[in-house]
Design a protein around this ligand. Structure first.
Ligand code: ATP
Ligand code: MG
Length: 406
């Protein structure tokens, strides 16, 4: 893609109304645009990152049997009355039509997915079922200062599982936990992301969060110095020894919850009277689990843990492009771009007629992992630089392709 054709341009100054470094860089680099507090448009570069994050999640959730669906955001009040959350959920957006009928804008989808699966599953033979979606959620967040870390409308992957027995739920829960580690590994934040015990409310003793350590985090966690399990501050009183190894030496850290997994058991299947016949002909309440990952929050978290004073530093798997080719002093980089494209690599091609300084500043801000500079000065060779490193290497274009496409 030619950089001159990107309609969303980079901007020099930091937005004044953003606190999070991720939001500042994403806006300056033209990845997102703020419509109002907690609500953002994804621009072409931002959407490319989001789609890559989505695809990684899709592949790993498909690998644990998830079937992708797409449920409505616009939901009937009756379903929310059934579970009691019409009254109790303080961050629920309620909307009225012209005849005063009320609806909910989905902050989560138990109220839709439980009656949905109930229509199809009546016997133990129909279970287990695993369904998931990528969907915008709406939540009346009071503080919405974290940019994409805490949106009022935000994209979530939500997976729901339905089981005949608690044992089967437990087993699947562990499979999803492993899938989440794979996801955060591929996205590039695994090393800083801790499996964290959190309070589970009344239905199971604990739930688990995936917490990424960064000073920008709103949560406080305690990381076990022996086995790297963590505990959320909110339950720390209940658990003063590590649940993994029994250790009692913890390091306090600030962290962002990028995902969580939850055993709901029959909390939402009961209100919808969703039970199935087991093989003795007895009715059993269906056991349920739910598993979320916030895509925008994850994308912003990557930037919180991977940036420098000049801009963002994207991991290769989710960068908007892996390669940024910059031409200088009138020498064309068309040929090397075409060669990369022939090998299936999409390129951001900076052919703009602006100064080298401006091109380099924008490249650092946008943070594409590989930068190739084509210039008269370098003759038949090109300069190759990795965004995360200081060193610049001079090499033949063929060698550069070999290095990057390996
Ligand atoms: P938090 O405690 O941060 O409000 P939550 O417990 O309300 O999160 P869940 O309802 O479990 O979050 O949602 C699942 C995932 O969705 C979270 O792990 C997070 O990644 C994401 N998420 C939740 N709220 C937001 C938000 N306001 N903006 C962006 N992502 C969010
Ligand atoms: Mg919340």
């Amino acid at each position: 893609m030619k950089q001159s054709e990107l309609f969303a341009k980079t901007v020099r100054t930091f937005p004044k109304d953003e606190e999070a470094i991720s939001a500042k860089f994403l806006i300056r680099a033209g990845f997102v645009d703020k419509l109002m507090a907690g609500v953002y448009t994804l621009l072409p570069l931002g959407l490319r990152v989001m789609k890559k994050v989505e695809q990684i999640i899709r592949e790993e959730i498909n690998a644990v049997g998830g079937q992708e669906i797409f449920m409505p955001s616009f939901q009937p009040k009756e379903n929310w009355m059934k579970t009691g959350r019409w009254e109790t959920m303080t961050d629920l957006y309620k909307v009225k039509d012209s005849s005063d009928r009320e609806f909910a804008l989905g902050p989560t989808h138990e109220e839709v997915v439980v009656p949905l699966i109930k229509r199809f599953a009546s016997s133990y033979k129909d279970l287990p079922v695993y369904v998931y979606q990528f969907q915008n959620k709406f939540r009346m967040e009071l503080r919405s200062k974290g940019g994409l870390l805490r949106g009022r409308e935000f994209m979530m992957k939500d997976l729901y599982s339905f089981h005949l027995t608690e044992g089967d739920l437990d087993e699947y829960y562990n499979r999803v936990k492993e899938a989440y580690f794979k996801i955060f590994d591929r996205i590039g934040i695994r090393k800083k992301t801790y499996f964290t015990f959190a309070s589970g409310g009344t239905f199971s003793k604990y739930s688990h969060e995936f917490q990424t350590v960064t000073p920008a985090g709103e949560d406080t966690i305690y990381v076990c110095s022996r086995c790297s399990l963590a505990i959320n501050k909110e339950i720390k009183n209940e658990l003063n020894k590590c649940a993994g190894c029994g250790g009692d030496d913890f390091k306090e850290e600030k962290a962002i919850e990028v995902g969580n997994i939850f055993k709901l058991k029959d909390k939402y299947t009961q209100p919808f009277d969703f039970s199935v016949m087991d093989d003795d002909g007895k009715k059993r309440p269906v056991m349920m689990g739910c598993y979320g990952i916030g895509l925008g929050r994850t994308m912003a978290t990557v930037i919180e843990v991977s940036n420098d004073e000049r801009g963002m530093i994207w991991p290769e798997e989710i960068a908007p492009f892996r390669v940024h080719i910059i031409e200088l002093d009138g020498k064309s980089a068309k040929k090397i771009c075409a060669d990369f494209e022939k090998r299936g690599e999409e390129i951001l091609y900076d052919e703009r007629g602006v100064s080298p300084g401006e091109k380099f500043a924008d490249a650092d801000l946008i943070g594409i992992p590989w930068r190739i500079v084509v210039s008269k000065k370098a003759g038949s060779k090109v300069e190759v630089k990795n965004r995360a490193k200081a060193q610049i290497k001079l090499m033949e274009p063929k060698q550069a392709m070999k290095l990057i496409l390996k």
